[in-house]
Design a protein. Structure first.
Ligand code: SRM
Ligand code: SRM
Ligand code: SRM
Ligand code: SRM
Ligand code: SF4
Ligand code: SF4
Ligand code: SF4
Ligand code: SF4
Ligand code: SF4
Ligand code: SF4
Ligand code: SF4
Ligand code: SF4
Lengths: 355, 106, 390, 390, 355, 106
């Protein structure tokens, strides 16, 4: 029988020397310049980190290129961040510029630290997933081309701003708590392939999958299938996830929704959910210009209105969502008003508001 | 949809080997399916016990049984289930039992 | 069929590194990668995915780690007829030694498209695209060189942690060791899906939560401290001397007004009010650091929207010491899993079960007493159970 | 049966005025009141109510205004065998002319226990305790002297408003006139329950909300202004001169930091940030007052916990001018009632219906466009309807 | 046919002269002393208001006594406040003391204004309601005896503090948004009188009444009745409200719960719900000493900890509920944690908390 | 429980005059009940129409009909209902129709 359950390699083997030696002894850090961090240890050692962007969907060749750089400057070690960015760590200050040069040579941008925009958490999209209501890598490329200056530090922001994308409501990457979330959405009721239903799907699972109870047993007992109450369907696609006989993708209906103001860190304010500001923008490959311009606008309005060190959500909650809609010029529509299970807590139960 | 011959009968079979005409399932079909899935063919009693349990459960409730229940009710350790059906209860045992391809739990 | 891919070509332009260039690099060696470019172009044209629903394939002895995938138009794209992905469990903290990594890449290049994600958003290395026949060989070859598959299906998914003590002065727990330890301990739960649905564990070394544990792990382990943060007045002086606005950017932004400037000194004037939000520490890393009585807050329940809307994790254990072998944590987790497994419906995450039957049932099952730290505020409704009498 | 009432007697003691003394006063003239004391004593002994469920009695032509009540032990308390209450619609603002009030009291003394509530918590005068035979005579006699019954059952309940312009400098709307006007206009809806359940209207002259409209009326009408609040610097000077801490108690406590002290002057420095919370005005009534462009915010949906938990009203119309004959309001209310009546289930309040079918349905029914003022924040979940297309 | 639909008397007839004359013209007011307000009109007129307490449940004699005072000093007019307090309004400053004397003579306390505790909103209790899980007037009397000093101004508080009581979860008076709420609660599952069920109750209405869906049709089709799933019942009594055949009152099980921190006004903070701090205190007539002492403790802890002009709920939300439980010494129990429909929003989804 | 004679039959009747033995209801009983409740006895056709509507609705759905429906379906103005049954649909018409005492809607 094959070897099983050996687990991942021991991380200890993977650590650069300066890291292994100063493990748990770090004292403070400094931002040297965009993409470059300096960490100082209690032992007096210093570690310099150079971070760079990556498209995440990469060839083995690119990873080998990264290995080459690591071999040359970082005793054969490097790492990735939780947002897909390669990081090169060296105790030697003089290595910084050569590392940067090497990174740029293989076409990656140095940056992603400090008060700007880091890499986008994202998902598979049309590259690999059956459920995608929009693409992932393509949209990310289009957005990051626009946000490039905020990544490389040419432009800065009041505080870190995270953009994430999920190609359907499953929200792989859990982008429900991010400053700007780009979400693929369906807007049409699934169709039902009654004929293949029982072969492809478990009926009880399919029924139970619907958040609004829109799916019922087919009224005709001879038809072993289900029906959908169109009025109750909000196109979440969860039925399709469990039941291939209920395709929901639709070339004209699929598109993107924009959520704003989430955060994860506990700094100053507790973590917050991102909230719907634009319910639907049609898919417009290859560059999704409507999406990128909406995001740019929000970033710029944030940049010029927030206080220092205020995340997007903190800024909006301070000035009020009515002010956010006014400042960005985004129209407020019925979809912005919650009508799902916790809707009541979002209704404004006070006379306090701005005009 | 690819075709295959199981127990001498032509079957529609999907890419993963799941039969698409469950009404044509039989013990002989199961044995044929088991050739790719069970650790021993013809299937010994424990394998059959599992397959029958899964099939009965499915016919009664319309869903594959939860893994916990499958182990508990048959007094099988999950590792043992993987020994019997190396691809596990979903990709292995359910396939032999003629169920729709699990998207959910097992 | 036209082989031009103008939209793909368009995405080679622009300053951000292009995944299309990567596809094209891979396409030089792999027919599957070549087809994938066409698949992508066609998707852009038709505004639809070209992939079929589902697919259930795997390797012997495991119930997860592979995502099966087939194309809906095998005639048009024969080289991606089957295009499965494998999830490879990354080493804690995503640190790599290049020789070990190169070995791994070689296996993949041999057996697959040569395309990968570094990393998937759970944290695995994703090998993107191969056929069913290659799966077992890949697994055999990677285990031979010391790698293993990560999670998928209704299992414990690949746990992840932030860079933590490896390179961060804020780390209050050893995230790397903890993640490695539990990953090894729970290999069975990771490889042989036993649960009603997926479950995740993520650990961040401090409340900055750099792996977003609170937003995307059923069990979120977040470092914190139980005593007072430490202020070094020399460090404070340095900041003041440099012209940094300590009052405006630090003291005034403390969410609980726990800090005060007294005669040029920065004091934690109301230590009992500090909620360890990290802000002052983040602003003045040279002068302020966490206390010395370190451990973690354990929170439970984060997940994506399906089916009752997204959840953030909520506090279950305000403070737990986190020392190897992490017995207290493991016992807690096993109790929780047992309760969930016994009571959860198919495809019901643990937070949905808690929501359905009530937090009190969960607390009873894991033998934890209710404390006010678990809630922002008590209930407003009067719908209270007294099933243990009054 | 022992006639001693030691627990009742105990409650004659103590500084707060005693309702038991009132019962005893009434008992001098009414056998029912006499029995009521015994009933109350027995309840204290047995820790249970002595009243039977329900009772449905009334006066000719009305479906509400009377709460039927019977004792569970008629043998023990024969004089309260039937002990119904009548709800008498109070005059706006609970102002009384004594001669008119005395006439009313006389009717009650003649026909009932002589006990009343000034007032019920909806706002009616409650006549507490009479028999079925007296109901019609009471109604005939009070209408003869210009009084009428209030609401009960599935009707529009007696509307109430704060003292408003009658004695309050903050009033932005004429609460008394508005309440009187709609009470008269909707007599039919008040007296002949037409709805799925009760519904309430309350009006407060300003956001201080002295009738708690936002917490207990399906339609909450709360005065506000659309321009800027007015600051009289001479008044400000007076406060400052008197030693009042304007900065600490007013400026610093403004929830949106809209105020600033500039050279001894109090400025509404960021008028667009003022959310009209009333705090600064409350603190400095001699120096600050509402703007001049006055009207009301209309909020919908407050109610008690049954059945989905209590609700506070939420903003539907951020600003509505409120001038007699209040046509805009009446049209809105009628549209809302019509929609509720058509779609509501039995015993479903309007906020529960909104909750069940979604705010967008309500807004469509009343022809109101969504505005961000209606919500604290937009939805976090992605479960969005596009029933009108994309 | 009888006269109908004449409505209440016109309020204009009911207004005191000084009010009618200065209607809508008031400029500002002053707190003269506890129970006495002065309102000044743009016309220069002044109105002095003397407010006093009342047990609410009164005899016609008491009202006539009030009329007498009004006849003597207030041109035959007086009013009640929204919290049951009689108010005498006079343009003549010299009337203040005689009015106070007259009020005190009939046994009522002058007070209820400013930063203290006003009269308690309350309900019928065992005086008149079938559903009462506790008494109203009796408990109110016991509480107000203890709070007397805060009513008459001998003691003051950081800001107004409202106490309200409802004798069952119907919460007549809508006391769900009050600083201190005293609520009658049942804690036993209702019993079912199967025999009289159909005569007394509509079965569908009864089933629909249950917030948790605990009520089902009786499984035996011959028994036209319902059953209750004990595990799902949280004793709300709503079934009893619609169905006399499901009595729920229980001498040992009934009692009082305490909710804290609600408010209604929009001043500074938006209105807030009161929140459960003590799920159950047994009924202990005639003076409910456990209830009064708990309330006194909360009032005193509030008085010595809140900032000036901070309502109870504003104070607690500032310092945190964990601090509230610590300061008051009230034990935190499982019932404090929400498990009803909006429970999720109450869970602490942050590492920010106090020990 | 007080007793009363309706259409010659002894009935249990509650304090508000609602019959407690609905199975004994008949048209004659209704006419007797109507003596206290309807504006005219014997009841004219519109009264009967209302009573029958209420009773049929109750027998079908187990609840009294909502007021709105009651008016709509019979094309009656609510004021007219109160003219026919001065105590209204609940205390008047439902009683005559032999329903349980409404606690809910009508
Ligand atoms: C490398 C990384 C951890 C890892 O294990 O990979 C990391 C590393 C550091 N984080 Fe982080 N954070 C990393 C992801 C995150 C995330 C997760 C995410 O973005 O998905 C968060 C939560 C974001 C959120 O709230 O939505 C995160 C929230 C923070 C914060 C809190 C910021 C705030 O005010 O809300 C700090 C403190 C700060 O920035 O002052 C912080 C601070 C830091 C410091 C300064 C800690 C230190 O002393 O070393 C590190 C360098 C920061 C920098 O990039 O400028 N890190 N950090 C991750 C880099 C991701 C990237 O490539 O961009
Ligand atoms: C590959 C990956 C996205 C990526 O491009 O990075 C991914 C891909 C899929 N996810 Fe995911 N999820 C991935 C991380 C996540 C995360 C993020 C995380 O783990 O931190 C989440 C949100 C957190 C959570 O668990 O809730 C996530 C929430 C989901 C859900 C919704 C689960 C829920 O309870 O709401 C589904 C639906 C399901 O389970 O059926 C889902 C289902 C899927 C499936 C298997 C599609 C399906 O319908 O069954 C996707 C396969 C795509 C494909 O064909 O390759 N995926 N998925 C991520 C795993 C890579 C890795 O192992 O590193
Ligand atoms: C008399 C009064 C209490 C008092 O002592 O002041 C009262 C008494 C009753 N209310 Fe009430 N409610 C009274 C004001 C309220 C209020 C306050 C308000 O109107 O501002 C509320 C909360 C606001 C609201 O409407 O939600 C209120 C919410 C309820 C409820 C729950 C309604 C809900 O939707 O949650 C019920 C239950 C019901 O309707 O069946 C209810 C039911 C009742 C019943 C009729 C009992 C019942 O089960 O049917 C009570 C009759 C008691 C009796 O025998 O005398 N009463 N009731 C109040 C009316 C006096 C008046 O007309 O001035
Ligand atoms: C007379 C009355 C209105 C009426 O139509 O009857 C009234 C009258 C005044 N209220 Fe009020 N309020 C009255 C019930 C209320 C209520 C409703 C309630 O308690 O049920 C509230 C909402 C309470 C809550 O939020 O829970 C209320 C919240 C206020 C506030 C806001 C207080 C705050 O900071 O939250 C003010 C402003 C202030 O006190 O500075 C206020 C201010 C005032 C002023 C000063 C307004 C004025 O300029 O005349 C009046 C004298 C206040 C005083 O008593 O010291 N009034 N006031 C009510 C007296 C009730 C009583 O007998 O005690
Ligand atoms: S977000 Fe949806 S479409 Fe995208 S990878 Fe995840 S499951 Fe697939
Ligand atoms: S798409 Fe979502 S809402 Fe629509 S039927 Fe499927 S599961 Fe239900
Ligand atoms: S979570 Fe804390 S310990 Fe971990 S990397 Fe981020 S800042 Fe450092
Ligand atoms: S960690 Fe946060 S709460 Fe604590 S003192 Fe610093 S800023 Fe304040
Ligand atoms: S609500 Fe406003 S206007 Fe009405 S009495 Fe209170 S403070 Fe005055
Ligand atoms: S009314 Fe309130 S929000 Fe407006 S300025 Fe005054 S204190 Fe600030
Ligand atoms: S609160 Fe309950 S018990 Fe008290 S009067 Fe209202 S309905 Fe009756
Ligand atoms: S008391 Fe409440 S929870 Fe219990 S059965 Fe009755 S309605 Fe349901």
């Amino acid at each position: 029988m094959a070897t099983t359950d050996i687990g991942p390699p021991d991380y200890k083997e993977m650590l650069p020397e300066v890291i292994a030696k100063n493990y748990g002894k770090w004292k403070y850090h400094e931002d040297i310049k965009p993409g470059v961090l300096k960490h100082v240890s209690e032992t007096g050692d210093e570690a310099f980190t150079v971070r760079c962007g990556s498209p995440r969907l990469v060839s083995v060749d690119l990873i080998r290129d990264l290995c080459d750089i690591a071999d040359k400057y970082c005793d054969g070690h490097f790492r990735f961040t939780s947002r897909y960015n390669p990081e090169f760590i060296t105790p030697n200050k003089d290595n910084i510029e050569p590392i940067i040069a090497a990174i740029e040579k293989i076409g990656l941008p140095v940056g992603g630290t400090g008060r700007g925009i880091s890499n986008m958490i994202h998902t598979q999209g049309w590259i690999h997933c059956h459920g995608a209501a929009t693409d992932a890598s393509g949209v990310v490329k289009a957005i990051m081309d626009e946000m490039y200056d905020y990544f490389v530090g040419k432009k800065t922001l009041p505080q870190k701003l995270r953009i994430s994308l999920a190609c359907c409501l499953n929200m792989c990457g859990a982008i429900h708590a991010t400053d700007l979330a780009v979400v693929g959405v369906h807007t049409r009721v699934p169709t039902i392939d009654h004929e293949h239903m029982t072969v492809l799907c478990e009926l009880p699972t399919t029924q139970a999958s619907c958040p609004t109870g829109a799916i019922r047993k087919h009224p005709d007992p001879n038809i072993k299938s289900v029906t959908v109450n169109d009025d109750k369907c909000m196109y979440c696609g969860n039925c399709f996830t469990v039941c291939p006989a209920m395709p929901i993708a639709h070339a004209e209906g699929d598109g993107i929704a924009i959520y704003v103001g989430g955060k994860v860190s506990n700094a100053r304010k507790a973590p917050m959910f991102s909230r719907l500001v634009i319910p639907y923008i049609p898919n417009n490959p290859p560059r999704w210009p409507e999406v990128t311009s909406v995001l740019k606008n929000i970033v710029e309005v944030y940049a010029s209105n927030a206080h220092p060190f205020e995340r997007v959500g903190e800024w909006i909650e301070r000035v009020g969502w009515e002010r956010f809609f006014k400042l960005t010029g985004i129209p407020f529509v019925e979809q912005n008003i919650d009508d799902f299970e916790l809707a009541r807590d979002t209704l404004r139960t006070t006379t306090q508001f701005k005009w | 949809m690819p075709k295959g011959i199981l127990a001498g009968v032509e079957f529609e079979i999907d890419e993963d080997g799941f039969i698409q005409e469950p009404e044509k399932w039989s013990e002989a079909v199961a044995e044929d399916l088991a050739k790719d899935e069970s650790s021993i063919t013809p299937m010994p009693p424990d394998q059959w016990r599992l397959v029958n349990y899964i099939r009965d459960y499915y016919l009664q409730f319309g869903v594959a049984p939860p893994v916990r229940m499958l182990c508990k009710k048959n007094d099988f350790d999950l590792k043992y289930v993987y020994e019997m059906f190396p691809k596990g209860p979903a990709a292995g045992a359910c396939k032999v039992a003629g169920l729709p391809k699990p998207t959910g739990c097992v | 069929m036209d082989d031009k891919t103008p939209m793909m070509d368009e995405l080679e332009k622009g300053p951000w590194p292009s995944y299309v260039k990567e596809l094209k690099k891979a396409a030089k060696k792999s027919d599957a990668a070549k087809d994938l470019i066409k698949v992508q172009e066609r998707s852009f044209e038709e505004k639809m995915t070209m992939w079929k629903h589902g697919g259930i394939v795997g390797v012997a002895g495991y119930g997860g780690g592979v995502i099966g995938r087939y194309i809906s138009r095998p005639e048009e794209f024969p080289n991606v007829q089957a295009f499965h992905t494998l999830r490879i469990n990354h080493p804690s903290g995503w640190f790599y030694k290049t020789d070990r990594l190169r070995e791994l890449l070689d296996v993949w290049e041999k057996h697959g498209s040569g395309l990968c994600n570094f990393h998937g958003s759970t944290g695995d290395i994703i090998f993107l695209g191969t056929t069913s026949e290659h799966l077992q060989p890949i697994h055999d070859e990677i285990t031979a060189i010391g790698w293993d598959l990560g999670g998928s299906g209704s299992d414990l998914r690949t746990p992840t942690g932030c860079v933590g003590p490896a390179r961060c002065e804020y780390a209050c727990i050893d995230t790397l060791d903890f993640i490695y330890n539990i990953t090894m301990e729970f290999q069975n739960e990771l490889h042989r899906p036993p649960f009603p649905y997926k479950t995740k564990i993520k650990a961040s070394g401090c409340p900055n939560d750099c792996v977003a544990a609170i937003a995307r792990a059923d069990f979120s382990i977040i470092g914190t401290w139980h005593d007072n943060l430490r202020i070094d007045q020399d460090g404070v002086k340095e900041y003041l001397d440099s012209g940094f606005d300590v009052q405006g950017l630090v003291v005034n932004k403390c969410p609980t007004n726990a800090l005060e400037m007294v005669n040029g000194k920065l004091e934690l004037a109301w230590p009992e009010d500090c909620v360890r939000c990290m802000h002052c520490i983040n602003m003045m890393s040279k002068a302020i650091r966490p206390g010395v009585d370190k451990g973690a807050t354990i929170l439970v329940g984060a997940k994506a929207p399906v089916i009752h809307g997204a959840c953030l994790s909520s506090v279950i254990i305000p403070f737990m010491k986190m020392e190897p072998p992490y017995t207290e944590f493991k016992e807690l987790w096993l109790k929780a899993m047992d309760w969930w497994d016994e009571n959860g419906r198919t495809r019901e995450r643990i937070s949905e079960l808690i929501d359905r039957v009530g937090m009190r049932m969960f607390l009873r099952a894991i033998d934890v007493e209710p404390v006010p730290q678990m809630v922002y505020r008590p209930r407003a409704n009067p719908y209270v159970f007294f099933d243990k009498g009054v």
